[in-house]
Write a protein that binds this ligand. Sequence first.
Ligand code: SAM
Ligand code: SF4
Length: 373
Amino acid sequence: MPTIVRHPEPFHQQTAAYPDLDLVPVQQYRTDLGSVKIASAPGYTIEPMHDSYGRRINYMRISLTDACNLRCVYCMPEDMKFRPRRELMSDEELLLLVRVGASLGVNKIRLTGGEPTIRPNVVDLVREIACIPGVDDLAMTTNGILLDKLAQPLADAGLTRVNISLDTLDAEKFHNITRWGHIEDVWRGIEASEAAGLRPIKLNSVVTRNFNDGEDLVEMARLTVDRDWEVRFIEMMPFGEVSDFQQTNVVSFQEMRATVEAEFGPLEEASYDFVDPSRPFRIRGAKGTLGFISSVTEPFCQGCGRVRLTADGKLRLCLLREDEVDLLTPLRAGASFEELRVLMRDGAFHKPWGHGLASGFFAANRAMNQIGG
Ligand code: SAM
Ligand code: SF4
C-alpha cells in the first residue's frame, strides 16, 4: 500500500485560486505514485513535494549570479546589465532556501548562473550546501574558464560533478561565439576537473545553424571515441531579447543526429532513465556517450522534476515559462521556515505541465543567464 502524503489547507486554497487547472484530487493522485519515502534529518522532516500532475520535484537548479565572464551570443546581449548585489540572495539567504528545498525532498542541486564560479565565496558556499541534510548530489554547470584554479577546491568542498559548456574545438570560433573567451582556458579547466575527480565529465554544446552544426559538431562527437566523457548537444532555446536569433538558428535533434551518423555510422542507444533531459547514444565502440537535449522539437516535460531558484530568489517553475514564486521578499520580510516551506511546496505544485514553444509562447521576462539554464 503506497504512502499517502497529506497536505493541509494550502492545496485547497491554491486549487480555488487556479480554477482553470484540471486538478486531480491530491491525495487520490498520490496513491498512484507508489511508495513515497519520508526520511528524517536533523532540524526537519523531509516531506517530498509533487506538482499537480504527480511529478516528484526533487531537483533544484540554482543561479548563483546573473553575471558572467563571457557573453555567448545565444545567451545574452553584449551590453547586458546585471542586477545590483542587494537584489541577489546573500549566502545566508540562499542556504536557507536550499534547506527549505531539502526539507521538501530536493536531493539534487545544480549550481549555475550566469557563471557560478565568479560568485565570491563559491567554494565555501559549495561546502555549506554539501552539508545540508538530504542533499546527496551537488553538481555545477560552468563555462570552465576558472576551473583550472577552482576544480580541486570545489571537489574538496563536496562538489560531485561538472558540466562544462563548449560549443566548438575551433579557437577562433569559440572566441566569436563567446565574444570574449579563450578556448585554452576551458581545456585547462576540463583537465583540472578530471584530475580533481569531478566525473563523469560532461560537455554541453549548444548547436547553432551555419555556425557549429557541421564539422564542429562532428569533432565534438569524436571526443567521445577515446574518452569516457558525455558530449551533449543542445537545441537552442528562445528567450528574452535574443529570441529572434535563437529561433532562426535552432538545429533539431534529428538534424544533429543525422550529421553525426553521416560521419560515424548509426548511433547505438545507450541506457536512458527518462529523467535526464539528455537522450544518450554511443558511437559504435566509443568509450564515451553522446547526448541530445531536444527541448524545442521533442520536449521531455513528462519526466521533469526540476525547479529553478534565480539569483534574485524567485522559484522558477519551468525554464521556458514565466511563472515564478517570489521567495526572497517574504524571507526578507521575516517569513518563518515553515511559511517558506508552504510557499515553495505550493509553488511547485503549480509547475506548468510543459513549455508552449509549439503554440508560439516564448518566455520573455528573463534572459537565459538570469534563469540559470
Ligand atoms: N555559464 C555557465 C555555462 O555556460 O555553462 C552556466 C550558465 S549557462 C546559462 C547554462 C547552459 O545553458 C550552458 O550550457 C549554455 O550553453 C546553455 N545555454 C545558454 N543559452 C542557451 C540557449 N539559448 N539555448 C539553449 N541552451 C543555452
Ligand atoms: Fe555566460 Fe554561460 Fe551565458 Fe555563456 S552561456 S554567456 S558562459 S552564462
